[in-house]
Design a protein around this ligand. Structure first.
Ligand SMILES: CC(=O)CC(=O)O
Length: 232
């Protein structure tokens, strides 16, 4: 199977209005920047976006919020985006705020083919509204469903033509599960290499999960490693 596509525009060409897309990254690192820029250029609307972080005003999913292409956000960490807040408070944006561990597990379960699971997170709160509740060992749990998407978009450090992916540091968080949860998974990578160049022991996502891959350009990478000197 030929998985390599020329660029982000080709990779996302069949994402249409009303699609559900899942995006990797944690905080502002590991963001599929090239795919987001291509979605802005394509102008698709009414998207449902599943991502731990909803971006900031001028980066990440904030770019798609600014252009009003997102109808619904399913997220956990949403606190640093003024336009997100404005759209939420004005009722323009539907928001499903999900506890972070629940979000991670719902995505992971989709990749594992497990339809639902029980978690104590959110029991007795608004999160529990409408959800099945069960008691195990004298503790109450909510049933949560696996979370699937039409498309998963992830950004890795390296990938090969077969779609095998290697992530760096925190960018791996969420991205490895997201890569397995979409019907179509698109990976953008900083370095596209030949099969055999990646050490098999270092591969985080096996190519079987990845349908399209391309080498991205001009990564902004908002979060950089800083050396912090600790006071004695
Ligand atoms: C703590 C977090 O959830 C990190 C982030 O997405 O900003």
């Amino acid at each position: 199977m030929q998985k390599v596509v020329v660029n982000a525009d080709a990779a996302i060409a069949d994402i249409q209005d009303n699609a559900t897309i899942m995006l990797g990254g944690f905080g502002l690192c590991g963001i599929p920047e090239n795919c987001i820029a291509a979605l802005v250029r394509k102008g698709v609307t009414n998207l449902t976006c599943i991502s731990n972080n909803a971006g900031v005003d001028d980066f990440g999913l904030g770019l798609l919020l600014k252009t009003r292409q997102i109808k619904k956000m399913m997220s956990s960490y949403v606190g640093e985006n003024a336009e997100f807040e404005r759209q939420l408070l004005s009722g323009e944006l539907e928001v499903d705020l999900i506890p972070q561990g629940t979000l991670a597990t719902r995505i992971q379960m989709a990749g594992m083919g497990i339809p639902a699971f029980y978690t104590p997170a959110g029991y007795g709160t608004e999160i529990a509204t409408g959800k099945e509740v069960r008691e195990f060992n004298n503790k109450m749990y909510l049933m949560e469903y696996a979370l699937h998407a039409d498309f998963s978009l992830v950004k890795a450090w390296k990938g090969d033509r077969y779609g095998n992916l290697v992530f760096r540091k925190t960018t791996r968080n969420f991205s490895t599960s997201i890569a397995k949860a979409g019907n179509i998974t698109i990976a953008e990578v900083e370095h596209l290499v030949e099969p055999g160049e990646l050490d098999p022991d270092h591969i985080h996502v096996a190519g079987i999960y990845v349908h399209r891959i391309f080498e991205g350009t001009n990564y902004e990478k908002r979060i950089e490693r800083k050396t912090v000197k600790m006071e004695k």
